[in-house]
Design a protein around this ligand. Sequence first.
Ligand code: TZP
Ligand code: MG
Length: 239
Amino acid sequence: MGVMGRVMASMNAEGGNGVNALRLYLVTDPDLCAGHGVVETVRDAVRGGVTIVQLRDKMAKTSSLVATGKALREVLAGTGVPLIINDDVEAAVAIGADGVHVGQSDMKAEDVRQMVGPRMMIGLSCESVADARAADPEVVDYIGVSPVFATPTKTSHSGAVGLQGLRDMAAVTRIPKVPIGGIKIEHLSSLYEYGADGVAVVSAICGQPDVERAARLLSDKTADILSSMHGRGRISKDG
Ligand code: TZP
Ligand code: MG
């Protein structure tokens, strides 16, 4: 990708705070967050530095997603941290969320775009190079590279793509890429080296004994990596 491509891509994904909104992406899990609560987990994680939040609850009815989503919108108000809703477009619209995230077997991204209009972010999970190649940069704001590593948090998938899979997907699309699955702090620099534009985590934050501290350690690390990569020029020369 050339400089303009990346600049445009990061503008798509930029939060109101002027920071790349995809840098540290928290995806909530109702079971892992059960002890501390989804809303409290998000509040603490944002204090720790997460830059974007997805409300994900595959079992919830639309009405319950809307209730949680509205509470999250209040927590996020004024922070510049976008709120994305997994799968449920109706809930995302009712919440007034900043975006929707869909998988390959959910509603098509093009149909979501028709429903939500030009302003909402759309994220699309991609599990292969073919998925990444098929994603339309005019429609999709970021790709979830899924899963990058094996994880007990989500087992319904065809296999981890690994670092090389991330690199192969990065080679075929200019859409910003956010790997997810089994990501821990020690993976962050390799993930960025292999083409990530951000990283998404569930269990590295949800259910941690000190959510804010867990988020801060990850956030500081991603910020360090990105500033050293900018210094070395990866941001302007890759692709
Ligand atoms: N999609 C692909 S892997 C995954 C999702 C939602 C779960 C990632 O969870 P963790 O705990 O960060 O491995
Ligand atoms: Mg889905």
